[in-house]
Every structure is written in C-alpha cells, then in structure tokens.
Design a protein around this ligand. Structure first.
Ligand code: PBG
Ligand code: ZN
Length: 333
C-alpha cells in the first residue's frame, strides 16, 4: 500500500477556509430576494391574533399588517404572499367572498401598494377559505370537482386581485388548466404585462398543511384533496404538472412542501431551467423546525434547510421564518 494519497482524492485542501467554502457552494446564498413572506390577513383592520399552532406567527388586519411590515421592509423584505381569512363574510358553494369588494385582500391591496411601493405583492388564489364545503374548487351536485366551473371561478378571483393591485397571482387550487384561464383573463383585461402567474405547479396532498388549515379555517368539510393535489410518491405526476403549467403560460413554478420533496425541486429545475422556481416551506415544516431545539439550534437548522433548498434548485423560498432570516442576514452584513 502506498504511503501517498493520490492527489485527485485529496479534497480537504479545497475547503479548509470559510471563503473557499463559499466558492464550493455556488448559488446557495440567501439574500432578501430569495425569500417570500406569507401573511394572514383578517377582515377586522385593527386585529392582531396569534396562531396557536405556529409559534411567533400572527394574523393581522391591514392596519396592523402595515405596522408589522415596517421593520421587515427596513431589513430588506422584498416580497409577501397574502392569504385572506373571512370570519363574518358568509361562505357559500362558489366562494363568493373570495372576490367580493369587502374581501380583506381586495380592500388591503391598494393600501399595501401605497404604504410599500417597492414591495412585490403576491396573492394566493384559492376557493377553500371561502367555500362552505372547504374544497379548492366548485363541486358538482354529486360532490366531484366541477372542472369548468372551477377554472372559470379561479380565473375570476385571480383577475379581481390583479385589478386590485396584486403584482403576482398564485393559484394553489391544483385544477387542470387554471393557468391558461388566468392568463386569458389577464390578456383580455390588458394586465398580462403587469401581473405574473406563480403556479403552485407541484403541490402534493401533504399532511404538513395541518397548522395552516387551522389558521385559515380551510379544511374540507368532507373528504380530502387527493383528487386534485398530487400523490406524495409520484415524481411522474409532478413532472407532468410542471410541464402542463409551463405549456399554459406560467411565469413562475413552485414545489410544495419543500424539504421532503427536494428531488422534485431538482427534477423541475433541470427540466425547466428558464423558469424561476419557488419552494413553499409549509406550516408543518415551520412547526417541526421551530421545535427542533434551542434558539441557536433552530437558527442553524433553518439556515441549513434553506441552503439545501437553494442547492436543489430553488430560486425563492416562501417561509414563515422570514423575520428571523432577515435578522440573521442583516446582522451578518
Ligand atoms: C390552500 C393552501 C394551502 C396551503 C397554501 N394554500 C393548504 C391546502 O392546500 O390544504 C398550505 C400552506 C402551509 O401549510 O403553510 N389551497
Ligand atoms: Zn385551496
């Protein structure tokens, strides 16, 4: 046996210094444009409510949200994703409250645009927070998804948010062909060059949405979402779903949840390198990481997960940890 190592197998000379290590991890930095902050918006403009299943997460009325965002914008916040919650507006089978003039998202958009003119504002588009049955689409009398009625309704809601001032509409319903329906509605209203469509293209039927559904009061009354969200074991359906949405004109793609699905992230980025790719680090992932140890352990675990998501091919990560991340990266700089 030789006493000498073969030179091509000596790796440690390449990463013993922090600056060298940075060069060994290309495209994995976390800057403010690489994170998007999901926010829950209440009907009552002055309300603030903690979310019991998610430590340090709150639901805000618009006046309180504007106050809460101020410090984050100073620390570099670049984008938010808004979810509307209704408590007094009635829920019905077609989700009428989703685009009613009194919907909290529709009312808040002009105020947000005025308060933070540089902030990129995305809106989740779905019917489940607004339907009496709690499903993401419109149902037939027999209780199946009514496909034509669903895509039509989703496109109406997306258009209403676009008209109210959303820069990005993000349909999370997983109905086939809703991206085309939304794009057609934007074109018909001359908004196609002022609004992006962020498709929740590879969204799986995950048990990790539990804390979110509590917060949003958006669980289905009956049944589950397995007929429209993807089966967790299927990389093939994820590939077809991303291809469908690209063909229909999606500007931005997404994989959701994040950490257990990084193979899907890599597969999607390899297949569609020309589309920015988002990951949604979902409420269940937030709950797990938040409880992973001391504050410094949580912070280290969090930053490692984000690095790995970037390595897998994510350009932007939607995460409830945005306030903590901005603290970490603004203290570092
Ligand atoms: C609604 C929606 C869900 C999430 C985002 N939009 C829940 C679901 O599909 O049941 C999950 C977000 C999270 O868990 O953080 N269509
Ligand atoms: Zn939904």
């Amino acid at each position: 046996m030789s006493l000498f190592l073969s030179p091509e197998h000596v790796l440690q000379g390449g990463y013993f210094h922090a600056t060298l290590r940075k060069l060994q991890e290309p495209n994995t930095s976390i800057e403010p444009h690489n994170i998007m902050y999901p926010v829950f918006l209440l009907e009552d403009d002055d309300a603030v409510q903690p979310v019991s299943s998610m430590p340090n997460v709150f639901r805000y009325g618009i006046n309180q949200l504007i106050i809460a965002l101020e410090d984050l914008v100073l620390k570099g916040l670049k984008s938010i994703l808004i979810f509307g919650i209704v408590e007094t507006l009635p829920k019905d089978p077609t989700g009428t409250a989703a685009d009613a003039p009194s919907n909290p998202v529709i009312k808040a958009l002009p105020k947000l645009r005025e308060a933070y003119p540089q902030l990129l504002i995305a809106c989740d588009v779905c019917l489940c927070p607004y339907t009496s049955h709690g499903h993401c689409g419109v149902l037939t009398a027999a209780g199946a998804i009514d496909h034509a009625a669903s895509t039509k309704r989703i496109a109406e809601v997306a258009l209403a948010y676009a008209k109210a001032g959303a820069h990005v509409v993000a349909p999370s319903d997983m109905m086939d062909n809703r991206i085309k329906a939304i794009k057609d509605a934007l074109v018909a209203n001359k908004l196609q060059n002022q609004v992006s469509v962020l498709s929740y293209s590879c969204k799986f039927a995950s048990c990790m949405y539990g804390p979110f559904r509590d917060t949003m009061k958006s669980s289905p009354m009956e049944g589950d979402r397995k007929c429209y969200q993807l089966p967790p074991g299927s990389a093939a359906l994820a590939a077809r779903a991303a291809a469908r949405d690209v063909a229909e004109g999606a500007d931005l793609l997404m994989v959701k949840p994040g950490l257990p699905y990084l193979d899907i992230v890599r597969q999607t980025k390899d297949k569609f390198p020309n589309h920015p790719l988002f990951i949604y680090q979902v409420s269940g992932e937030y709950a797990m990481i938040s409880r992973s140890g001391s504050a410094s352990e949580v912070q280290a675990t969090l930053m490692e997960t984000l690095t790995c998501m970037r390595r897998a091919g994510a350009d932007c990560i939607i995460t409830y940890f945005v306030p903590q991340i901005l603290n970490i990266i603004s203290n570092k700089n």
